[in-house]
Design a binder for this molecule. Structure first.
Ligand SMILES: [Zn+2]
Ligand SMILES: [Zn+2]
Length: 117
């Protein structure tokens, strides 16, 4: 997400709240939503089945009960948003593939290890 600090636009991860420092790896979703590589990795490992309908923060897609979802339960509350940010499996895969293609990122997506949920 983007927010203003001292008159500057700061981009920060919607899921953990870390500010982008032009070094850490992040991926943008729709409407300025952002997830950092650390959160994406956690989402790959810790996605669970949603117990209720939710809206994916990254693609704004409406997801039903039982679909894969990840929220950062350890997030600090910042602008009241980070704990509520949710990412669907489609966005996790898309993000993983994007990082995979980026040769500046030490991250490789292994589809065999993470089959489509
Ligand atoms: Zn993050
Ligand atoms: Zn999504």
């Amino acid at each position: 997400m983007q927010h203003e600090e001292d008159g500057y636009i700061v981009i920060s991860c919607d899921f953990c709240g870390v500010d982008w420092d032009e070094v850490i790896q992040m991926i943008e979703g729709h409407h300025g939503s952002v997830i950092c590589l650390d959160c994406l990795k956690k989402a790959m490992d810790d996605s669970i089945e949603a117990t209720e309908k939710y809206t994916c923060t990254m693609c704004k897609g409406e997801k039903g009960e039982g679909e894969s979802v990840w929220r950062n339960t350890e997030a600090k509350e910042r602008d009241g948003r980070n704990k509520h940010a949710a990412i669907c499996w489609d966005c996790v895969r898309l993000g993983a593939k994007t990082f995979h293609k980026d040769k500046d990122v030490e991250f490789r997506w292994d589809p065999a290890k993470y089959p489509k949920k």
